[in-house]
Design a protein around this ligand. Structure first.
Ligand SMILES: Nc1ncnc2c1ncn2[C@@H]1O[C@H](COP(=O)(O)OP(=O)(O)OP(=O)(O)O)[C@@H](O)[C@H]1O
Ligand SMILES: [Mg+2]
Length: 389
């Protein structure tokens, strides 16, 4: 019996050993990055792996496939679009990163700030994992360096006993350092970045002989901040001057939002090996509900109440993916508008129970009326009404 248990454990471990749930962008899109590198002829900023133009192409995609030799074979590689929206946002971000100033991507939750920052780091430095996630508990050591206490006790303060932070590694290697949700950190901790931003150094007073770490060319910082989090305006004045702010808006046109939800939900479903697809009319309905509730006005010009939750594109992707998983395991594999209705309630009614009323109003005013002449809207209305009853 004991033997059998061991066998099962071994089988489970070996079958998942080489599988990563979410590969970083530089691994997932390695072929695209390599094709861009082979076709990249312009001048690059110091230590960048690609020229600014090639970085832009990597992020906004290209209609013409690139010819490249991948693993010894001639291939034609299509560069897919990663970030949807205004290309000038990406251009301005790239320009900032090539300058002295650090970049702060700021905007509503779920607008693709972390996503854009990951792809910028992957394309520019070939590494998107030199990252820290800001929280109320983030300490200055996590931004600068800490010590391996056992080695300090045994050998005293030596450079080898230092544990560098992702920021220090980025400085030493001339790479991009990502600071997620910077405004969640308390002011003192944020201020640890001031000298890093202006002097491009970290002082290590504990080491008498090598007490300075200098940044190599190519080092810069991409931070993200959520405009809904408290404290976003409290980024210290000293830091504010050292960052270029780029505002990432919520996608407002339906065509782009449908495209984001279609592309990202297909990628996520592939990751979970779910062979379900969300068809176009269902995606259109999902995007319509999100846009109308977010704007507080319908296509026919009827005013509706807005929920307090941000109805972000990321939420819409979540609803599409959950609906597909639902229909795969509990339905017939085809995502219907009724599946969307069932999975939508939780993402709209999140922060405030009063949003339940807001959603009910939309269902009974807007969805019901459209359901009289449209089968998709009728199924959506009926399932949502049942869910909310
Ligand atoms: N404009 C966009 N282009 C491409 N993907 C997008 C866009 N907006 C949102 N997404 C998708 O939404 C998901 C969430 O995005 P991300 O985590 O980057 O949001 P965020 O702005 O960092 O949110 P938060 O403020 O909550 O951290 C990702 O899967 C991302 O691909
Ligand atoms: Mg984020």
């Amino acid at each position: 019996m004991a033997k059998k248990t061991t066998d099962t454990t071994e089988r489970t471990e070996s079958s998942t050993n080489d599988v990563i749930l979410r590969a970083p962008a530089e691994v997932k899109y390695a072929v695209e990055l390599e094709a861009l590198r082979q076709n990249d002829t312009g001048e690059k900023p110091a230590a960048w792996l690609l020229t600014p133009k090639a970085v832009l192409t990597y992020i906004v995609g290209s209609k013409t496939p690139l010819k490249a030799t991948i693993n010894g074979k001639a291939e034609s590689v299509t560069i897919t679009r990663k970030f949807f929206g205004d290309d000038s946002i990406v251009e301005r971000s790239i320009v900032t990163l090539a300058s002295e100033r650090a970049l702060l991507l700021v905007g509503e939750p779920g607008t693709g700030k972390s996503w854009l920052s990951e792809h910028l780091a992957a394309a520019i430095s070939g590494c998107s994992t030199l990252t820290i996630q800001g929280t109320a508990g983030t300490t200055e050591e996590q931004i600068k360096y800490s010590w391996n206490i056992a080695r300090i006790i045994a050998e005293g303060p030596k450079p080898e006993a230092m544990v560098p932070s992702p920021c220090m590694i980025a400085m030493r290697t001339g790479a991009l350092f990502r600071f997620e949700e910077i405004t969640r950190c308390v002011g003192d901790v944020q201020d640890a970045l001031v000298s890093i931003c202006s002097d491009k150094t970290i002082a290590v007073p504990e080491l008498p002989d090598s007490n300075m770490v200098f940044a190599k060319p190519g080092f810069n910082i991409i931070a993200t901040a959520n405009s809904r989090d408290q404290g976003v305006n409290e980024l210290s004045a000293a830091l504010r001057r050292r960052f270029n702010y780029i505002y990432i808006p919520v996608v407002s046109d339906q065509k782009t939002e449908v495209e984001i939800v279609r592309t990202r939900s297909a990628e996520l479903l592939e990751r979970y090996k779910i062979p379900a697809r969300v068809e176009e009319p269902v995606l259109q309905l999902l995007a319509t509900v999100f846009r109308e509730m977010r704007d507080g006005v319908t296509a026919e010009g009827v005013n509706v109440q807005k929920p307090s939750t941000t109805l972000s594109t990321a939420e819409a992707i979540g609803v599409a993916v959950e609906s597909a998983i639902y229909s795969r395991y509990f339905g017939n594999g085809t995502v219907t508008t009724a599946d969307i209705a069932r999975n939508m309630v939780g993402s709209i009614v999140k922060e405030d129970l009063a949003d339940l009323k807001v959603l009910k109003e939309y269902i009974s005013l807007v969805a019901k009326k459209r359901g009289a002449s449209d089968k998709g809207w009728k199924a959506f209305h009926d399932a949502a009404a049942k869910e909310l009853a």
